[in-house]
Design a protein around this ligand. Structure first.
Ligand code: CP3
Length: 343
């Protein structure tokens, strides 16, 4: 039997598939009623992520409902701090809270225990055989800087002012923390590949907080090292980088880190993306999540403009995650628009 080429893998290999592949960041989650029901079975969100039966089911829910080209492993970027021994809590309706790192001692006291993440690899083993032939499985981790920012501030309420202060006042300590995160994340991503994921995404959600030398030192350098380590073990690994809100710094990120694909947020203009970024790497993303939540003609128009300017050697996705207010029907409609598109 002929093997089906998965459209996402074709784009990542620099080919042009016959139609633009589609998946959505945060495609599993609270906007789906079946997710909210499943969620009540776990005592808290951390427990949910670390129960393979539940996490596998959450991964598969959007695949059953919509015609998507990839499933993303259901987990969270903050599982790494958890495995490093930092206290992590997801309080209902509040988002994550970590016990903030205070000083040198709180950094040197961390120790990575990958056995705490064993359930994640079991989830991958459960999801993989349940996927349709054309659907790729994406694994992920947070970008080192983004994870460090949560670890230092403990939450996002203060816009990561402590993390930004570390960058200015204690850059060596921040380097040390980032090196630890690179080590842990490389290990974690390699294990995800060995368990069966076919693509990796690095979510650098807070890349936009840094500029100039700080962006090079605390975003590009650790990401480059992370990708180097993963590719040393798995030379064929395919890695999507998402330095959200990096603005004019997307270009250097694409040139210097070694990513195979660049995921762009909704603030990057399409003409710039096509001329300056797509010339360097295949692209993913760009639809404003709020337009997906709104739906209708505004969503259709925006989606068609993206398809026209970037397709088909582009992975259709959002500029950030699906918001909880999104009507699932809008996702179904978006899938129809992307499927029906012919240049
Ligand atoms: O569908 C998917 O995308 C797969 C699973 C996934 C989750 N989080 C599940 C989740 C992925 C890839 C993430 C990544 C993640 N987690 C990021 C990077 C992407 C981004 O959104 O910027 C970040 C910054 C986190 C940290 C995190 N986890 C925050 C800030 C929050 C609270 C905000 C929120 O949406 O509730 C979470 C919780 C979280 N992670 C939920 C889900 C489905 C909601 C938890 C719930 O069910 O109550």
């Amino acid at each position: 039997m002929r093997k089906v080429e998965k459209p996402i893998l074709e784009v990542l290999a620099g080919k042009k598939p016959s139609s633009t592949p589609l998946w959505l960041m945060r495609q599993a989650g609270r906007y789906l009623p079946e997710y909210r029901t499943l969620r009540t079975q776990a005592k808290n969100f951390l427990n949910f992520c670390l129960t393979p039966e539940l996490a596998a089911e959450a991964t598969l829910q959007p695949i059953r409902r919509f015609d998507l080209d990839a499933a993303i492993l259901f987990a969270d970027i903050l599982l790494i701090p958890h495995a490093l021994g930092q206290k992590l809590e997801f309080k209902e309706g509040e988002g994550p809270t970590l016990e903030p790192l205070m000083d040198n001692k709180s950094v040197t006291g961390l120790k990575f225990d990958i056995s705490k993440l064993t359930p994640v690899f079991e989830t991958i083993g459960k999801v993989k055989p349940a996927l349709p032939e054309k659907t790729a499985l994406i694994g992920f981790c947070g970008g080192p800087w983004t994870v460090a920012a949560y670890m230092i501030d403990g939450n996002s309420r203060d816009h990561f002012s402590h993390a930004k202060l570390w960058a200015e006042n204690q850059p060596e300590l921040l380097d040390q923390l980032l090196a630890m995160l690179v080590d842990a994340s490389a290990n974690y991503l390699c294990r995800q590949i060995e368990a069966g994921v076919e693509v990796l995404q690095i979510f650098e959600s807070w890349a936009g907080l840094l500029e100039n030398e700080n962006f090079s030192r605390f975003v590009i350098k650790p990401t480059k090292e992370l990708i180097k380590r993963v590719k040393q073990q798995h030379p064929k690994a395919l890695i999507i980088g998402f330095p959200r809100a990096a603005g004019p710094r997307y270009r250097n990120y694409a040139l210097e880190t070694g990513v195979d694909c660049l995921s762009i947020d909704q603030h990057v203009s399409l003409d710039y993306a096509r001329k300056e970024l797509q010339a360097i790497k295949p692209l993913q993303g760009n639809l404003d999540p709020l337009l997906l939540a709104k739906g209708g003609e505004d969503m259709r128009h925006a989606a068609e403009t993206i398809l026209e300017k970037l397709g088909p050697s582009h992975i259709f996705n959002l500029g950030h995650g699906v918001v909880p207010e999104t009507p699932p029907e809008n996702v179904a409609q978006l899938a129809e628009i992307v499927r029906g598109w012919r240049a």
